[in-house]
Structure formats: structure tokens, C-alpha cells
Design a protein around this ligand. Structure first.
Ligand SMILES: [Mg+2]
Length: 265
């Protein structure tokens, strides 16, 4: 079974969720032995941005031009597109093909064990082996695609909760500069509906017109028994309310290949 490699399409208007395409090919997540697919719920924190023009003082590398990634270690396997509240526990500084790519370790606040987890040491103590498996997963996940092993800052050491929160705050401030046009957005599309003082802000009607111009397929597709992606919409401006009201993820299969089309509804 192949897991679709889903991404927030940061270069498309309103940043829909789509299957990633690299060099013209649909992208899938390789299985990293002994795992199948992801070993957590994988997602991103809205309104954060790893600025490619900023060289991180700790990693020595620039940002990967994406929102900051999260790994939710909770027991519930979330649905694709689900928005959840999480508690921050720590972070891992992945260097992915020379770019800083923070992986923030979190737990779903709805998890029955959430109150037992408050910092990275709790993960080490209560879920033995999980941090090592996470490190190994990120080290190896591109190897099946012919790429080298990934590297880590801090020698692969997980940093604690306070460090992670500072990293999130830093990337939130980079996002603020981006959405207010104080930083060059490059090819990123910052059109949004809820950051009212952003020069990229559009009305709901304008946003709907953008979405209506995209063809929509409504054949839902579901991978079960594997951790799939939680998507936190709103890299560049959607708030949670907008997510609930405007966005639906749809998918169809054509010509034997999977194609994901996202839309507001
Ligand atoms: Mg990233």
C-alpha cells in the first residue's frame, strides 16, 4: 500500500491540500522498515513559516519555505484534513537536503493520556523507543527514493518543550512578516480571507470565485489502518473557523493514478 504524500500547496491560491508532485510524478511516502506509512499523525501548524531567507542560528541552515511540521504522538489516528488542538512537547531539528526543517513533537489534547505528557522527557519515559523510531524514520525516509540519509542539528538530540515553543514563536513572526508583505513571498501565494490587515486578504466571495474556477471531484478516498496526515489549513491566513466552513478535501482516481482536488464548499 502506498501512502499519498500530501502537502499544503503553498503556491496555489488559498493553499489547498494536494498530493505532492515532484519532477512531474505523483509523490508517495515510502515505507521505512519496519513501519508502514507514518508513525504519528503528521501535519503542520498554521500561520508559521520557515523563512528560506533566514539562516537559523542553531542549525546553520535556512528554512524550508514551509509551515512548521508536527508529529502528533496521540493514540487516535486522525482523518486527513482534521484540525486538532495539541500540546507541544519538544522538537527535532532535521536538516533535509540542506534546509532547516523543524519537526515539533506534540500530543492531541483530547488524548486520554494527554495529561501525562508535558515535555519531551515524558515521551522518552512513557513511550520507550518512540523518539528513536522518529529519529530513524526521518533519517531514512528519502533513502528508498535514492536520496542520502537526512542529517540533524544537535546530533539528533530532541530539544525540550520550551525550546520548541520558542521555535514556533520565531516561525510565527516570520509568517507575520510574510503575510504583511514585509518579506518577499517569492512564489508563495499569500491570498487569504481572515488576516484583515494583510494586503493579500480577499473577501469570502472572491475566495469562492477562486475555488469555483477549479474542477471538483467528490469521490472520497480513504487509507485505513495507517496514520495519515492531519492538515491544519491556513498557512497564510485561514483561521480555524474558515477551515470548518470553507474547506473540503476531495479526491478521485483517474487513469489508475490518484489525484487529489481540494475545494471550498
Ligand atoms: Mg518542513
Amino acid at each position: 500500500m502506498l501512502l499519498l504524500f500530501l502537502q499544503i500547496a503553498t503556491k496555489d491560491p488559498l493553499n489547498p491540500l494536494k498530493q505532492d508532485v515532484k519532477k512531474g510524478n505523483l509523490r508517495y511516502v515510502s515505507n521505512v522498515f519496519p513501519h508502514k506509512g507514518y508513525i504519528w499523525n503528521y501535519g503542520a501548524i498554521p500561520q508559521t513559516w520557515e523563512d528560506p531567507g533566514h539562516r537559523d542560528g542553531d542549525t546553520g541552515c535556512c528554512g524550508d519555505n514551509d509551515p512548521i511540521d508536527i508529529c502528533d504522538i496521540g493514540n487516535k489516528v486522525c482523518s486527513r484534513g482534521e484540525v486538532i488542538r495539541v500540546k507541544v512537547l519538544g522538537t527535532l531539528a532535521l536538516i533535509d537536503e540542506g534546509e532547516t526543517d523543524w519537526k515539533v513533537i506534540v500530543i492531541n489534547v483530547e488524548d486520554p493520556e494527554a495529561e501525562d505528557f508535558n515535555d519531551i522527557e515524558d515521551v522518552r519515559r512513557l513511550k520507550p523507543g518512540f523518539l528513536q523510531a522518529t529519529l530513524d524514520w526521518f533519517k531514512m525516509y528519502k533513502v528508498p527514493d535514492g536520496k542520502p540519509e537526512n542529517q540533524f542539528a544537535f546530533n539528533g538530540e530532541f530539544k525540550n518543550r520550551d525550546f520548541a515553543i520558542k521555535t514556533i514563536k520565531d516561525t510565527h513572526s516570520f509568517w507575520k512578516a510574510l503575510i504583511s508583505k514585509k518579506t518577499d513571498a517569492g512564489e508563495l501565494n499569500c491570498v487569504n480571507t481572515c488576516v484583515s490587515d494583510s494586503p493579500f486578504c480577499v473577501s469570502g466571495a472572491q475566495a469562492k470565485a477562486i475555488v469555483d474556477s477549479v474542477s471538483v471531484f467528490y469521490q472520497l478516498f480513504c487509507h485505513t489502518h495507517t496514520h495519515t496526515i492531519i492538515i491544519v489549513w491556513g498557512l497564510f491566513g485561514f483561521n480555524y473557523h474558515a477551515i470548518a466552513n470553507y474547506i473540503k478535501i476531495t479526491l478521485t482516481e483517474e487513469c489508475g493514478e490518484s489525484l487529489i482536488v481540494s475545494s471550498m464548499v
